[in-house]
Design a protein around this ligand. Structure first.
Ligand code: PRP
Ligand code: URA
Length: 225
């Protein structure tokens, strides 16, 4: 449901999502289980985040007859995990959208300044570029940024800017835990980007970690802590 405080936010409060998120948050959860839970939660978030995707009529022949069905054009869907931790979400979302194309954006947050360094971009198609007229923009493409953690919002807002500079028009952010600071930063910088999350947490601690959060997502997914 849309959040009362943030018009750009949808919190997925489904019981299964909340159950899996509680397991994910536990300090004792192993890296193997953590990875599996991230994938499962991501798939459930993606189910909600794709609720309003346009469908096209398609003539379908069943074993018993003919019907006009409806299908999502998967060529229009582009998943963009933010490296590294966003890769953990890619497995789950790809299960639901197996034909979606995938781009990558690399961001590393500086531990002192909390600002991200952008180190890599590879998108699946040649985009028209920042000076393209609106009619030249790829308005039919749907971009889904994947990153489990929205903390200060520096990484996610920079990723949105990168996509828009490349010509992207319709962009959503899927995350697992979000802090109010990050949601507000996205609302200020990119109010057109809807954020889907399993939880709106309390805030950030002095080191910029989400509280209560789940710790360092990248380290827990890849076992690098
Ligand atoms: C984490 C996380 C986000 C970012 C969130 O990545 O996956 O990308 O921090 O923080 P922000 O909202 O304050 O920008 P990190 O930079 O630690 O890189 P990693 O995924 O490679 O561990
Ligand atoms: N990045 C993480 O992995 N966790 C946080 O709580 C904040 C940023």
């Amino acid at each position: 449901m849309t959040h009362t405080r943030f018009p750009n936010l949808t919190v997925i409060d489904h019981p299964l999502v909340q159950h899996k998120l509680s397991l994910l948050r536990m300090r004792a959860t192993s890296s193997r289980d953590f990875k599996q839970l991230v994938a499962e939660i991501s798939m459930l978030i993606a189910y909600e985040a794709t609720r309003d995707l346009p469908v096209e009529a398609a003539e379908i022949e069943t074993p018993l007859g003919q019907i006009t069905g409806h299908m999502v054009s998967s060529k229009r869907l582009i998943l963009v995990p933010i490296l590294r931790a966003g890769l953990g979400m890619l497995d789950g979302v790809s299960h639901l959208l197996p034909n979606a194309r995938v781009g990558h954006i690399g961001m590393k947050r500086d531990e002192a300044s909390l600002e991200p360094t952008h180190y890599y971009t590879k998108l699946p198609i040649d985009e028209p570029g920042p000076d393209a007229k609106p009619s030249e923009r790829r308005t039919g493409l749907e971009y889904f940024i994947l990153d489990p953690m929205l903390a200060t919002g520096g990484s996610a807002t920079a990723a949105v800017t990168t996509l828009k500079t490349a010509g992207a028009y319709r962009i959503r952010l899927l995350c697992i835990v979000a802090a109010p600071e990050g949601i507000q930063r996205m609302l200020d910088g990119h109010p057109d980007v809807r954020i889907y999350t399993a939880s709106l947490d309390e805030g950030l601690n002095a080191q910029g970690y989400i509280v209560p959060g789940l710790g360092d997502a990248g380290d827990r997914i890849f076992g690098t802590a």
